[in-house]
Design a protein around this ligand. Structure first.
Ligand SMILES: Cc1cc2nc3c(=O)[nH]c(=O)nc-3n(C[C@H](O)[C@H](O)[C@H](O)COP(=O)(O)OP(=O)(O)OC[C@H]3O[C@@H](n4cnc5c(N)ncnc54)[C@H](O)[C@@H]3O)c2cc1C
Ligand SMILES: Cc1cc2nc3c(=O)[nH]c(=O)nc-3n(C[C@H](O)[C@H](O)[C@H](O)COP(=O)(O)O)c2cc1C
Ligand code: SF4
Length: 626
């Protein structure tokens, strides 16, 4: 297979398919944007080879000839942009959902993943049948025009369940030593090669290591698996890592990119076929890995969700124009959601909306005033300016960024900084008139006389009513994070959501004795599911005391008096009380402006306090409507 460069888009389930697994227009638009953006090889997402292996709502299927025409159209849109198309063949095994498959899940052994169903152990006959399903799926892939197939042998799905000792307790020829555990994969490779043709490119994705899983796959075993897979006929190895029971995974902020890069390098020592490396690989790291011969191809995943034009932008030296992935795990959480229709991206509002969210020239370019230089205001400014509007941006602080300035302070949050930098760079590059350190008032608006106003004024922090609180001179969490105030050694944080937890961690790392208090029975309930456990773990490690479910009594000179959920009245000694009790929309200008300007729009947190993703989405949407 000849590729125009060494950038591969790895498989990523989107859930843009129809309910019964067919390619939709949304699927085609999404892949076409990534092909147009310059990636050389697009590996279409994990696609179920049999309905019983169905693991995600709206997952694509290749389990029947009826899927071929739709998949064929998908290949055509990818080929239109001189990119090659492959497809990942997948069976979820014990991760398949019985509500999707209509039958209990199956696996090498009846071992459930935490919180999952106990699967039924596959019989030898069933294993043989599944091998044929993979082979038939590969024939369909070839008929649809795919340039090759990737067999999904990683991430704790069926094949990996056989490979890993942690999930395979079989006593027969498919369990026990590595040769037996690899047998299922080898049979699949041989059957796929046989069915699709020896000349047809076939490779597999495997875990280079299963971190943090007792009896999980070791690097040595992965090297041996890769070697045996090569002997069976694969043309490349895609080296990933982690499984569903690993405490960290590739999308987690705790994941350190270099770790998995080394796994690819070690696997490369065991095989002679090309090796694909993956895992938060930056342009510099990608270039270095290739130059040093550590891997042959570089897979770029989430970054291509955030910016489909990443390859072209890197090639043409427009690095500052790349919309960065902020590793927020939002897309990952959308994967298993039953309420969200497909994955979304915090940094890129157009993900999955490629057809609707095109930036087109405005029919009537207008003078637009954007009030507030947080993510919502900057995104609205960027898109409106690209559309040809004359945009004037006002920010009352001396710098742009809004809450992003404090959202990037606490440990593990520097991952968000590139988004703030990107937005600032873009609005400056577009020649927008930016006015810093000026608070917009009705008088100023009348002077500017805009044709439309976009209000992106964020939030006002909320102060709860607790007797004695005001006399204790509490400080706001954002002021603490921004280093605008200093606090003593004993700190009580009121509020146990994202901001409270981050501030507590930030202070605990400075050696302070911190207690988080909140009325609700759980801490960090509003934090994304995949980040919550990570956040709570770190708070425990830092020795932060968590006191959920309390009733606030009063603040005295000695500290905060509360009644615990067990009914005990106690005083938590504190030098300072830090408020992280939430915020309300700062939308007071809305009423003032109504009737004074032709059009006023509220976006981001000033419409309702939410997240970066909502701020960016609102900014993009409103700028497209202007
Ligand atoms: C500590 C912290 C951590 C966070 N972490 C995350 C996270 O991990 N993930 C996530 O999704 N979200 C996070 N958030 C929330 C996220 O930052 C906000 O949802 C987002 O910034 C909202 O963007 P916005 O543009 O609507 O408002 P803001 O970011 O609040 O920006 C509003 C801007 O308007 C300016 N302004 C207000 N009034 C005027 C005026 N009259 N004239 C001129 N300018 C004015 C303000 O100075 C401000 O710069 C965090 C927030 C905080 C405080
Ligand atoms: C939304 C999402 C869906 C994914 N789906 C798949 C998949 O279908 N098959 C697979 O092997 N890996 C899947 N992955 C893992 C990616 O292929 C990739 O290995 C991972 O995101 C790390 O690469 P990155 O840091 O460049 O994003 C998915 C990741 C994300 C974020
Ligand atoms: S920014 Fe968040 S939602 Fe977007 S690709 Fe990165 S992790 Fe996924």
């Amino acid at each position: 297979m000849d590729l125009k460069n060494r950038i591969v888009m790895p498989p990523m389930v989107t859930r843009y398919g129809s309910e019964n697994g067919f390619v939709t227009e949304r699927t085609r638009n999404y892949y076409e944007a990534r092909a147009r953006g310059g990636a050389a090889l697009l590996i279409v997402e994990a696609t179920y080879i049999h309905p019983y292996g169905h693991a995600f709502p709206n997952q694509l299927g290749i389990s029947d000839d009826g899927f071929i025409p739709g998949l064929g159209e998908l290949v055509q849109v990818i080929h239109r942009h001189d990119a090659k198309a492959a497809i990942q063949l997948h069976h979820g095994g014990r991760t398949a959902k019985s509500e999707l498959t209509g039958m209990p899940s199956v696996a090498p052994s009846p071992l459930a993943i935490p919180g999952g169903e106990v699967p039924r152990e596959l019989t030898i006959e069933e294993i043989a049948q599944i091998v044929t399903y993979f082979a038939r799926a590969a024939i369909r892939a070839r008929k649809a025009g795919f340039n090759g197939v990737e067999i999904h042998g990683a991430h704790g799905y069926l094949i990996d369940q056989f490979l890993s000792r942690a999930s395979n307790r079989r006593q027969d020829i498919y369990g026990g030593d590595l040769t037996n555990r690899v047998r299922f994969l080898i049979e699949i490779i041989k059957a796929v090669k046989e069915a699709a043709g020896r000349d047809y490119p076939v490779w597999c994705r495997i875990n280079g290591q299963e971190y943090g899983v007792e009896e999980g796959t070791t690097l040595k075993e992965a090297q041996e698996t890769a070697r045996m897979a090569q002997e069976a006929g694969i043309n490349a190895v895609h080296v990933s890592a982690f499984g569903p029971t690993s405490p960290v995974n590739l999308t987690s902020p705790a994941f350190r990119p270099a770790v998995i890069e080394d796994l690819a390098t070690e696997i490369k020592k065991a095989v002679s076929v090309p090796v694909i490396a993956v895992g938060r690989i930056s342009p510099e790291a990608g270039e270095r890995i290739l130059k040093e011969g550590k891997a042959d191809l570089i897979a770029i995943g989430k970054t291509l969700l955030a910016d489909p034009e990443f390859p072209d932008k890197v090639a043409s030296g427009r690095r500052e124009d790349i919309t960065p992935c902020i590793v927020c795990m939002g897309c990952r959480d959308d994967l298993r959601s039953t309420t969200i229709a497909g994955i979304r991206c915090s940094a890129n509002a157009a993900l999955g909306k490629e057809a609707e969210y095109k930036i087109t020239p405005a029919k009537r370019p207008r003078k637009v005033l954007v009030v507030g230089g947080g993510p919502a205001g900057m995104e609205a400014t960027r898109v409106a300016a690209l559309r040809g509007h004359r945009v004037i941006l006002y920010e009352k602080e001396p710098v742009l960024g809004g809450q992003l300035l404090t959202a990037t302070v606490s440990p593990h949050k520097d991952r968000i900084k590139p988004l703030a930098e990107y937005l600032k760079t873009q609005v400056k590059k577009l020649g927008v008139e930016i006015n810093l350190g000026t608070e917009v008032t009705t008088v100023l608006v009348e002077q500017i006389d805009p044709q439309a106003v976009v209000l992106a004024t964020g939030v006002t922090t909320f102060t709860p009513e607790i007797p004695g609180l005001n006399q204790a001179h509490p400080v706001h969490a954002t002021d603490v994070l921004a280093n605008r105030v200093a606090v003593g050694n004993r700190v009580v944080v009121i509020g146990g959501e994202l901001v409270g937890c981050e501030t507590a961690e930030f202070l605990a790392q400075k050696g302070k004795k911190v207690t988080i208090t909140r009325r609700s029975p759980e801490i960090a309930l509003g934090v994304k599911p995949s980040l919550r456990a990570f956040s709570l773990d770190r708070l425990r490690q830092e020795g932060v005391t968590l006191l959920p479910g309390i009733t606030y009594q009063q603040v005295t000179p000695d500290g905060l008096v509360v009644t615990t959920k067990e009914g005990e009245k106690k005083t938590i000694a504190a030098d300072n009380i830090v408020l992280a009790a939430g915020s309300t929309s700062n939308n007071k200008l809305y009423q003032e402006f109504e009737g004074k300007v032709p059009e006023v729009h509220l976006i981001g947190d000033c419409s309702e306090p939410r997240t970066i993703r909502d701020a960016i989405a609102d900014g993009f949407r409103i700028a497209c409507q202007l």
